[in-house]
Design a binder for this molecule. Structure first.
Ligand code: MOS
Length: 704
């Protein structure tokens, strides 16, 4: 057998499952056939607050094919008294049908199960539910700050260093500005869908999620099951973005499968996803910066407010990003929440950093203007030696290299800093920039690598490929660690029986899994004597990185980036067109440039969409959204997206076996600020409220 090896990491590879996906051979959760399959359809509340008085199931049960109607009066009990992810108790929103309370519009109140999906839907839509309605409150605004409070989730809510007022008084230049971002949604292309069945005393769930170790653990806890008796599979996933954790569909499917003792599938509709799968909270942020005349910061204050539901506290940690970005003598950051009668928000691509960077990086641009300093130069003057609040060393910090390379490629040196002076026909032109950062972490995972008798290798790792190309990245990483070509490696993922592993989240998936795969593969390679026979069952080596990851030294670990945008604004119509965009990132070793570029460009496109289009509007009367669908929720389309380039500087993580940092989320960070800063440069008007809609551009006589 030829063993021509080369470094596969760092070279372009198309997705290993790409052919299966484009030919339809790859099956998504709702497409996998099961014998005797029944179908569940969720019924959601039509009131935003109150109690379910009664569910009139008799009429529904008499309809063709209907097998069951589950509701708070008859559903199996679940237990939410456990410690879930990140040491938090679970969101009671997933404890379906446990009590009569309705916490928001679109709260699950029943599940209708029938022989066919159409029968279930028909009965669900005709199901009569009576409510005792109560007045609701969904009015989020900056004024709610007076009722807000902070809490320490996976990061501290409030961090204060130095005397704010004293340092503000000592500052030559002070900026004090308020910014808002709206409610935003991360509906993936593939809706949430799960099939549950009991087989041989085990609960089996075929699902679409971001990590089956996570979902299996949650279901075992909720239904008080031995974790070994729960198996969750999720082989192909059509997008997640933070929305695909434990949700109503899996819980409802398990309940119905338990009651009926046959396989039950629950698929969410697009409209249901808008109240059941999380979203990014609106934010109201205030940034105060104080600086010397030469731009050196004395004060950084960032306060952020977000909404959460009445049943669970979710913090969008928008104020946290500044803690590792910029140093200041007085450094105060706080992310607070206010409780409303709305669905619980959740992680959505770059939680905290995406809205937080819009405010902070816009504020930096405003400060640069006031100081008369180039915005890149302002950031370079404020580059910290160590973590500005933590005092910890950076594992690596190549933000300056991103700005230098980005400025060179974007042509920043020729930029006239004056706003509102470039015209091209009806268009005003401008350019803007912003910094990006995102934490780079790793979590324990286990992997098994088998040398097969035929000379190939099988890697088993419970990774989740949610469209990122993780399966391909792990194939490439394993091939290098085994020193064989990639076509001799097959990777099995998406099955909780493969053993515990990190989920696809926090930009930590590929890094965490690659670490475990590299460890097992390297050990296997060393144990294989050259030319030795391999038994029929192969030779397997297992790894678990808990100890190695736990031994990582305390450091500030982040990816960084510099975003550049050029826009054209028509002041007569208020139309903003992004003409080109460039992102240069320092985000660890890039495993697969092809899929990495996809990932980064995808984030940047989302940033343009955030800057110009996305906004879910909550109707205060009903408590629900106007246009809870992808027709009413405006996202960037092809015609909105110009030439976008994403590239990177060399930045291997010194403490990672492959050098990976993680690139899942950083692409969106700073992107909206770069666009907003470019709009200011084009027009001379600051837009501090997203999205920068045509009406806002038109109405902006002065500051918007
Ligand atoms: Mo991501 S928002 O950590 O799934």
């Amino acid at each position: 057998m030829t063993t021509v090896t080369r470094g596969a990491v760092g070279t372009a590879h198309t997705r290993v499952e790409g052919r299966d996906k484009v030919t339809g051979a790859a099956r998504y959760a709702a497409e996998i056939p099961f014998a005797e399959l029944a179908h569940g359809w969720l019924v959601l509340s039509t009131v935003a607050r109150g109690r379910v008085r009664s569910v009139e199931s008799d009429a529904a049960l008499a309809m063709p094919g209907v097998l069951a109607v589950l509701h708070h009066g008859n559903a199996p009990r679940v237990d939410t008294d456990y410690v879930g992810l990140m040491g938090m108790s679970p969101d009671p929103s997933i404890a379906l049908f446990q009590q009569e309370r309705v916490a928001h519009l679109g709260w699950p109140v029943a599940l209708v199960v029938a022989e066919t999906s159409e029968q279930a839907r028909e009965a669900a839509e005709s199901l009569v539910v009576h409510y005792d309605q109560e007045p609701h409150d969904v009015a989020f605004s900056a004024e709610r700050q007076s009722e807000a409070y902070a809490l320490d989730g996976h990061m501290p809510g409030v961090v204060e260093k130095g005397d704010l007022e004293d340092r503000l008084a000592a500052s030559a230049v002070v900026l004090d500005a308020e910014y808002t971002t709206p409610e935003e949604y991360h509906n993936p292309m593939e809706p949430h869908a799960a099939t549950a069945l009991w087989e041989g005393g085990r609960l089996e769930v075929v699902d679409s999620n971001q990590g089956t170790t996570w979902i299996a653990g949650e279901l075992a806890n909720l239904f008080s099951l031995d974790p070994a008796s729960v198996r969750v599979r999720s082989e192909h996933v059509g997008g997640g973005f933070g929305s695909k954790g434990v949700r109503a569909h899996q819980v409802a499917a398990v309940m119905a499968a338990t009651v009926l003792q046959r396989p039950v599938r629950v698929v969410m509709t697009r409209r249901q996803m808008f109240s059941l799968t999380g979203y990014r909270s609106p934010t109201a942020q205030r940034v105060r910066l104080g600086a010397d005349a030469d731009g050196r910061l004395r004060v950084l204050e960032h306060q952020s407010l977000n909404q959460t539901s009445s049943v669970h506290e979710f913090v969008e940690p928008s104020a946290a990003a500044g803690r590792s970005m910029y140093g200041a003598e007085a450094h105060h950051t706080a992310s607070r929440i206010v409780r409303l009668d709305v669905p619980t928000p959740t992680w959505m691509r770059a939680p905290g950093e995406a809205p937080g960077s819009f405010a902070l990086e816009s504020a930096f641009d405003e400060l640069a203007e006031r100081c008369g300093i180039d915005p890149i130069e302002l950031r370079l003057r404020n580059e910290p030696e160590v973590g500005p609040v933590s005092g910890l060393p950076f594992s690596s910090r190549n933000l300056a290299a991103c700005f230098q390379e980005g400025a060179r490629r974007f042509g920043w040196a020729d930029r006239d800093p004056r706003p509102g002076v470039r015209r091209e026909g009806r268009w005003l032109l401008g350019t803007g920039t912003a910094a990006a950062s995102f934490p780079a972490g790793a979590m324990p995972s286990s992997a098994a690598v088998t040398a097969e008798a035929d000379g190939t290798f099988t890697v088993r790792i419970n990774a989740a490929d949610i469209g990122t190309g993780a399966r391909t990245a792990l194939t490439v990483v394993a091939a290098d660690a085994l020193e064989v070509p990639t076509d001799r490696v097959r990777v099995r993922i998406g099955d909780s029986d493969l053993g515990p592993a990190m989920f696809a989240g926090g930009s930590m998936g590929t890094r965490s899994w690659a670490w475990a795969v590299t460890t097992a593969a390297a050990e296997l390679r060393q144990s294989l004597a050259p030319g030795a026979d391999i038994p029929a069952e192969g030779i397997t080596v297992r790894s678990n990185t808990a100890e190695a990851v736990g031994a990582l030294a305390q450091k500030e670990r982040h990816s960084f980036g510099a975003q550049f945008a050029e826009v054209a604004v028509d002041p007569a119509t208020g139309e903003v067109r992004v003409r080109r965009m460039l992102g240069v990132f320092a985000a660890g070793r890039i495993v697969n440039p092809l899929t990495a570029r996809n990932q980064l460009v995808g984030g940047m496109i989302w940033g343009i969409s955030m800057a110009l289009h996305e906004e879910a509007v909550r109707d205060r009367t009903s408590g629900g959204l106007y246009g809870a669908d992808l027709a009413g929720y405006h996202v960037a389309a092809h015609a909105d997206i110009p030439h976008i380039e994403a590239d990177w500087v060399d930045d291997p993580d010194p403490d990672d076996p492959v050098g990976i940092k993680g690139i899942g989320e950083i692409g969106i960070v700073g992107a909206a600020a770069a666009v907003a800063n470019a709009v200011w440069h084009a027009t001379g008007v600051r837009h501090r409220n997203l999205p920068i809609r045509p009406d806002r551009v038109l109405m902006a006589g002065g500051d918007a």
